[in-house]
Design a binder for this molecule. Structure first.
Ligand code: PMP
Length: 398
């Protein structure tokens, strides 16, 4: 059966972490990860999560099955978080939300469902995009194309290129948009640019699939949801994949949500029945524990306030690391302008480092980054920032 099976290529990011783990140099730093670390280099256990966990354990609940669509309180909380409590789409009950296995699971359920609805549609992802977008939509059976996004000259957005490309897509093509904190570049459209993007999506009858994996890491919970709300307020049908992995530091619990915005409550009921079939035939129903923790945090005012504060601390720490990196590169004699690092949003930065410079960083300085030059700013801290800035300066100066 397995004789002719070929070895699949290693996942580029997980492969890098394996290499990092086997590196014996004690001063090694892994900037290749997609995880938020605190100033001590640890994945934090948020106080709000700990409180909800303790409460849940003390309640001594049995481990039964969840409904196919997951925990109702989680789904309501996730929907209100992204669309806003006062959203007309929520009030008119035309949104459907299901709990998912992380943001990846939300994308996968959405992709499988769309494939049944629009078997011949193209899926357009940004160039570059999260490395799993292409594979995920291709595995669901779609042809995947890339719209221009990042402009290496300006270290910013190639808006004209993006809009021209979107205008050339056939109606009913699916456009995957990073709602905030673009991974891997950190480059987000401005509110004005989002307005232009939304207009083209609407005029050309494209289907927006908004991926929001970092809500709260850019400018705050409400500000980071602005793009999604814009599309929904325009009356567009859209899909929204939410991940709680980063924002609750609950990576391994695999919690996310898929929200589908339809035209009416009656349509929503039909859509939900179909999405439930996709879930039932994949993994039947989602796991409980992490979802229950997030559901409590989203729906208990005391826990929500605690969470918002902790998210704010993470966001501020990342901003501080961005500014220290820029200053320290200058102090180390780099005369290139790195201010663009300050304008980028979220955990990542397209640093402008070349693949050769990234190799040199790893080989000579034990600092690991992705060959595209993506670094995780959230892996920098007060103990490693000097070493990292010095090393980056030395590879840039050659
Ligand atoms: N979308 C984007 C843009 C991401 O960066 C990630 C995680 N790296 C995901 C989706 C998937 O999130 P999760 O880990 O919750 O599956």
């Amino acid at each position: 059966l397995f004789q002719s099976v070929e070895l699949a290529p290693r996942d580029p990011i997980l492969g890098l972490t394996e290499q990092y783990n086997s590196d014996t140099r004690s001063h090694k730093v892994n900037l290749g990860v997609g995880v938020y670390y605190d100033d001590d280099g640890r994945v934090p256990l948020l106080r709000c999560v700990h409180k909800a966990e303790v409460d849940r354990v003390q309640a001594q609940l049995a481990h039964s099955y969840l409904p196919i669509e997951g925990i109702a309180k989680l789904n309501r909380g996730a929907r209100e978080l992204v669309l806003g409590k006062d959203s007309e789409a929520i009030k008119s009950e035309r949104c459907v939300t299901v709990q998912s296995i992380g943001g990846t699971g939300a994308l996968k359920i959405g992709a499988d469902y769309l494939r049944a609805l629009l078997p011949d549609a193209k899926v357009a992802i940004s160039k570059p995009s999260w490395e799993n977008h292409r594979a995920l939509f291709e595995k669901a059976g779609f042809e995947v194309v890339e719209y221009p996004y990042y402009d290496p000259e300006t270290h910013g957005l190639n808006l004209d290129g993006m809009l021209d490309f979107l205008k050339s897509l056939p109606a009913k093509s699916i456009v995957v948009l990073h709602a905030c904190c673009h991974n891997p570049t950190g480059v987000d459209p401005t509110p004005e640019q989002w307005t232009e993007i939304a207009k083209v999506v609407q005029d050309k009858e494209l289907i927006p699939f908004m991926d929001i994996a970092y809500q709260g890491f850019g400018d705050g919970l409400q500000a980071d949801a602005a793009a999604v709300r814009l599309f929904v307020e325009k009356g567009l049908n859209c899909l929204i994949s939410t991940s709680f992995s980063k924002s609750f530091s609950l990576y391994g619990e695999r919690i996310g949500a898929l929200t589908l915005v339809t035209d009416s409550a009656e349509e929503a009921a039909r859509v939900l029945s179909q999405v439930k079939r996709v879930i039932r035939t994949n993994y039947s129903n989602p796991p409980t524990f992490g979802g229950a923790i997030v559901a409590e945090a989203l729906n208990t005012p005391e826990l929500f306030a605690m969470w918002e504060e902790e998210l704010g601390e993470m966001r501020q720490r990342i901003k501080e690391m961005r500014s220290q990196l820029v200053n320290k590169l200058a102090e180390n004699g780099v005369n290139m302008n790195f201010d663009f690092v300050m304008a980028q949003k979220g955990m990542f930065s397209y640093s402008g480092l070349t693949a050769a410079q990234v190799d040199k960083l790893r080989e000579e300085h034990a600092i690991y980054a992705i060959s595209s030059g993506r670094i995780c700013v959230a892996a920098l801290n007060s103990k490693n920032i000097d070493t990292v800035a010095k090393a980056i300066a030395s590879v840039i100066k050659g």
